[in-house]
Design a protein around this ligand. Structure first.
Ligand code: UT7
Length: 345
């Protein structure tokens, strides 16, 4: 007789119990960027919705920003770090391949025996991590999970790149996921299109960069660090044609009608993409739409928790409201789910 293997004790429902963010100190208005990319404040505002963004200073590392956001999320949930069974951190701008940022954040928070790992899914990262976190709780593998979306994209920006220099920004958002009496995190709708990986990508890997540096040292030439590059038009086209289906899938899986939503919190990629999706979904005026991009820029994996926090802090949405989240970007990957908005600290 083979040994009996027990199954983890599952729970039925999960919810976002608390939300926190970290916004870097330095505000960078469009005026600071426009000269190098031959642009204007008006062009950037009109084409992207961005008036300013925040870029992290040296001490505002991926780990430091995540830890601050996580502390705020724990406070909002009324939980101490010892209640967390797993940390799942989404980022695409951690310059260290190991250890995972999640493991370092866990130890910064005083957790010494907690499952911790990073997720790389571009701007869809937070919603990917959230789906995994909800399943960890549902399956009984973790009592509570800390989900973090964090970026320092300013490290990957070519200041002369007209497509990227004004869009991407830095920050962190964290949420505590735990058991709940009723469902607070709907089934995820997710996918990716590997045929379009070239649409957003780092232009060289670190191996190529080191070879360039060695050649430059030998020849007296120069080398340039890897930068993020984007075919903005291709991503824009994909976003406004394909993602309506992703939103409708997430709504259908949750059994929620678009008109029953209180809030729509898409990845803050470009306000024109947000407008196009809201129109395609036929969202009534009663649905509050996240517009955090105006002062925050596009913070990739951090944008959705940061945008949720801004909506709640401003009073435009309240904890308990029903919201559709949709992350999308490099991959080209997307993930969306209907949630009940959490408390903030
Ligand atoms: O977060 C991950 C997902 N990312 C996204 O979803 C981003 C999706 N893409 C976008 O948001 C947009 O494509 C951008 C905001 C990046 C660019 O806006 P666009 O409307 O797609 O610009 P475009 O590339 O089609 O260029 C339109 C015009 C061109 O001039 P002409 O040929 O019409 O005379 C460009 O040369 O705008 C010009 N242009 C600029 N002008 C001033 C392009 N970039 C700039 C610039 N400043 N930075």
């Amino acid at each position: 007789m083979p040994a009996h293997i027990a199954t983890a004790a599952p729970v039925t429902h999960t919810a976002l119990l608390g939300l926190g963010v970290y916004r870097p100190r330095r505000i960078v208005p469009n005026a600071e960027i426009v000269d190098r990319i031959d642009s204007s404040d008006e062009w950037i505002r009109t084409r992207s919705g961005i008036a300013a963004r925040r870029w992290a200073e040296p001490d505002e590392t991926i780990v430091a920003m995540s830890t601050e956001a996580a502390r705020a999320a724990l406070a909002a949930a009324g939980l101490t770090a010892d209640r967390i069974g797993a940390v799942v951190l989404a980022t695409s701008s951690q310059m260290v391949l190991g250890p995972s940022a999640a493991a370092v954040v866990a130890s910064e928070l005083g957790m010494y025996d907690t499952a911790a790992f990073d997720v790389s899914a571009g701007c869809a990262g937070f919603c990917y991590a959230l789906a995994n976190a909800a399943d960890l709780v549902r399956s009984g593998h973790a009592g509570h999970v800390l989900v973090i979306g964090v970026e320092r994209l300013s490290d990957l920006l070519d200041p002369d790149d007209r497509s990227c220099a004004f869009i991407f920004a830095d920050g962190a958002g964290a949420a505590v996921v735990g058991p709940s009496d009723s469902e607070g995190i709907g089934p995820v709708a997710w996918g990716s299109d590997g045929n379009q990986t070239a649409a957003i990508k780092q232009d060289k890997d670190f191996q190529q960069y080191f070879e360039e540096v060695a050649t430059a040292e030998a020849t007296g030439g120069s080398s340039v660090r890897p930068y993020i590059r984007m075919n903005g038009q291709a991503v824009f086209r994909w976003a406004v044609t394909f993602l309506e289906k992703a939103c409708r899938d997430a709504l259908a899986r949750a059994g929620v009608e678009a008109a029953d939503l209180d809030a729509f919190v898409p990845h803050q990629a470009n306000s024109r993409i947000t407008d196009a999706l809201a129109k395609a979904l036929g969202l009534p005026e009663t649905v509050t739409i996240a517009r955090d991009i105006a002062d925050t820029g596009n913070t990739s994996a951090a944008s959705i928790p940061m945008a949720m926090e801004q909506l709640i802090r401003s009073g435009a949405a309240r904890p308990g409201d029903t919201a559709l989240l949709l992350g999308f970007g490099a991959g080209l990957a997307y993930a969306g789910q209907v949630v009940r908005l959490p408390a903030i600290a």
